[in-house]
Write a protein that binds this ligand. Sequence first.
Ligand code: ATP
Length: 200
Amino acid sequence: MKVGLTGGIGSGKTSVAKVFETFGIPVYYADDRAKSLMVSDPALVEGIKKLFGAEAYKADGFLNRTYIAEKAFGDDNLLKKLEALVHPAVLEDGNKWHERQKNVPYTIKEAALLFESGNYRAMDKVITVFAPLEMRIQRVMERDQSTREAVEARAAKQMPEEEKARLSDFVITNDGASSLIMQVWDIHEKLLALNASGTP
Ligand code: ATP
């Protein structure tokens, strides 16, 4: 079974994914993997250079993140083109990764843009992590030492969390009041039962 895990910026996706890992479930971190494929997948590197020019990469081959972010965040059309290059590459890589996981009841794919990319359709089940916007802003400002404006700008580009929750099979509330571990355990048990019954 393929299980997608998503949520808005700073909702706590990675924190939740780590809990699943402690239960022995393999997790594919799509956003980290995307960053790595952007420097290691030759076809993707070529596509990015065509889109942004050679300045997209530094002399040592590293991605020029600041340059790309500046260009893409100010231009929705360019951002869409970048996503149209990156999403299929990550999808293919994620599928290969999933095939390599043996003897596990299910795998988790953690991705910020699971819905926006359409990739949620390839998942058997989807979990959304929900946290109030103000809490997410505070957490990310603290984690990344970023400004409120920068976090708000990123959040505004994402699908509203209420909409994600509506399209999900499970919702985890990460508002500091309800136990994350208990919520993850409950979903884990349900997924094990679904896997055992053979009806994802
Ligand atoms: P992003 O979308 O930016 O990748 P994310 O959804 O993966 O973020 P995390 O990185 O898991 O979110 O969490 C954001 C920050 O909030 C982290 O610094 C994390 O340690 C902190 N955090 C997450 N959950 C809680 C919680 N329940 N209580 C306190 N801090 C939390």
